[in-house]
Design a protein around this ligand. Structure first.
Ligand SMILES: C[S@@+](CC[C@H](N)C(=O)[O-])C[C@H]1O[C@@H](n2cnc3c(N)ncnc32)[C@H](O)[C@@H]1O
Length: 287
């Protein structure tokens, strides 16, 4: 089951605001969404998005008690503007909890975990055409190097990309474990983390175009908010956090509320190790 991270801090970020219109752009199992709807009975229009239809079905069941003020969409959050055109509002609150959910990691069939045998898939939205297998079997060595170096931050990126290109001449990569088998001895070991963590992260980012869509969302963030409205974003790695920090700074209509990102307290980390790398930044539209 997915435990919502930094829940106390998320509620605090929106405390005292009159949230007539609110958007949760990454519903997942709707833990944050449920808590916000409970804490803010004044919400009249709640828009919820997830690009994963399985997560959306879970969220729909969980949020059913809140009735027709909740409107859910199967969509990537980079299309939020197109969605709300029909709905109209500027939001008093916008929230995104980036990355994958525990459900996605736990289901071998999604191909996101290096410790589970599954298809080399990694798509959060199964209707997307690009899979991780496509990237691994087709992309030229320099593109693979880029993905492993820039998005995986894998020190052995060059050797890893070379090894993939050599191995696929003999046999197509089909499963997650095909990739683990080829790269296990090549990727650099670091205490406490699996050697394939970084390569899998890079590949997941590439498959889902995670930084591109985040950048597109952040570009529109000020325009999506009502005056006095707040946006809170939780990220799980430095590439995302850097992008959020930079884009919030560049927006003249946004005032940064969190000078430093909010992180989980020790007690939360002990109960939910996934929260260890979570960082939340909050900004407010001033005019
Ligand atoms: C970390 S989980 C969210 C957990 C949620 N806050 C909760 O309380 O259960 C991230 C969810 O966001 C979705 N997601 C990630 N990137 C997305 C994007 N660009 N557009 C729409 N949904 C996205 C994933 O499919 C996943 O279900």
């Amino acid at each position: 089951m997915h435990i919502p991270v930094l829940l106390k801090e998320v509620l605090k970020a929106f405390e005292g605001l009159s949230l007539k219109t609110y958007a949760d752009l990454t519903l997942g199992a709707a833990g944050h969404a449920f808590a916000i709807l409970e804490a803010h009975p004044e919400i009249e229009c709640f828009i919820g998005l997830d690009q994963d239809p399985f997560a959306l079905a879970l969220a729909k069941a969980k949020l059913a008690p809140f009735g027709s003020k909740v409107q859910l969409f199967h969509s990537n959050f980079c299309h939020i503007k197109a969605i709300i055109k029909a709905q109209g509002p500027h939001f008093d609150g916008i929230f995104a909890d980036l990355g994958v959910s525990s459900m996605q990691l736990d289901q071998a069939i999604r191909g996101m975990s290096f410790s589970k045998l599954g298809p080399l898939d990694m798509r959060m939205d199964p209707s997307d055409s690009l899979t991780a297998a496509e990237i691994i079997n087709r992309y030229p060595e320099d593109k693979l190097s880029f993905i492993f170096r820039e998005w995986g931050e894998e020190p052995a990126w060059r050797k890893a990309a070379k090894a993939v290109v050599e191995a696929r001449k003999k046999k197509r990569f089909v499963t997650t474990l095909d990739l683990v088998e080829v790269l296990l001895k090549i990727c650099i070991r670091k205490p406490g983390i699996h050697p394939l963590t970084r390569v899998f992260q890079g590949l997941r980012i590439a498959t889902n175009k995670e930084l591109d869509v985040l950048e597109r969302l952040l570009e529109e963030s000020d325009d999506l908010l009502a005056e006095g409205g707040r946006i809170a974003i939780i990220s799980f790695h430095s590439l995302e956090d850097r992008l959020v920090k930079q884009k919030f700074r560049q927006k003249s209509l946004l005032k940064i509320i969190t000078k430093k990102p909010l992180i989980a307290e020790d007690i939360e980390i002990a109960l939910n190790p996934r929260s260890r790398s979570a960082k939340m930044r909050v900004a407010e539209r001033i005019l």
